[in-house]
Design a binder for this molecule. Structure first.
Ligand SMILES: *Cc1c(COP(=O)(O)O)cnc(C)c1O
Length: 225
């Protein structure tokens, strides 16, 4: 291992306020890297490809809490439904329905976050604020008893300009308050604001993030094959 995962992880943990949950993003990294983080006590890991996750899930300790953080196709939900802890990037009612269906088949309730699209980049997935308002206004989610909507997730634009990143996080935080008041005021489960990655998690922490998803700072650069 050319990289000191344990030391990097300890550094990130030391820089995070205690109330913030760290999801260590292990996509494209080998199982040994996850084991090194696990040995330090890390339990929540983020992956974004179903097949890669399936292999890791089978090989690694069963008390790992897997978060699916990438774009999830509806036809892949059935493979992760038996074990996934949280699906972070729900961006359509269709996907929410399928997660509910597969969760029910497994006698589970699956935690999910709704993914917002606030960044300027066109390639990013996610619901615009108005799409998200419509999804919630439709009310159908209330009948989906095998999914539990635990909050919102988003990625800021991949830019240097800290003010822009901050403005996007704050837009998400304000939107969280709107949705919380309108639909989840008496629902304690709706509490997560998942924003912040390696290059911007310190800003995210300032902007009311409750959950950061950090990969590169812990595991080094990803090698894509
Ligand atoms: C890959 C990924 C991350 C981690 O990115 P780093 O820059 O390596 O910290 C976080 N969130 C999502 C949705 C990702 O796909």
């Amino acid at each position: 291992m050319g990289i000191d995962v344990a030391e990097n992880l300890r550094g990130v943990l030391a820089s995070l306020p205690e109330r913030i949950k760290l999801v260590a993003v292990s996509k494209y990294h080998p199982a040994e890297y996850i084991e090194a983080a696990y040995a330090v006590g890390q339990r929540a890991f983020g992956e974004s490809h179903e097949q890669e996750l399936a292999k890791k899930q089978a090989a690694l300790p069963k008390d790992i809490e897997w978060h699916f953080i990438g774009h999830l196709q509806t036809n892949k939900v059935k493979y992760i439904a038996p074990y996934i802890s949280m699906i972070e990037a729900v961006d359509s009612l269709k996907l929410l329905r399928e997660i509910n269906k597969q969760a029910a088949k497994n006698n589970r309730v699956i935690d999910v976050l709704l993914e917002l699209h606030i960044a300027e980049e066109e390639t990013k997935y996610g619901l615009t604020l108005s799409d998200c308002r419509s999804l919630l206004a439709s009310g159908e989610w209330r009948e989906l008893h095998n999914v539990r909507i635990c909050g919102l997730m988003m990625m800021a634009s991949n830019v240097e300009d800290e003010r822009q990143i901050r403005a996007e996080f704050l837009t998400a935080a304000t939107f969280f308050d709107e949705v919380k008041a309108q639909y989840f005021a008496d629902n304690a489960a709706f509490k997560e604001r998942s924003w912040g990655m390696s290059h911007d998690y310190r800003i995210a922490v300032d902007c009311r993030s409750t959950m950061v998803r950090v990969g590169t700072t812990i595991f080094g650069p990803r090698v894509y094959e």
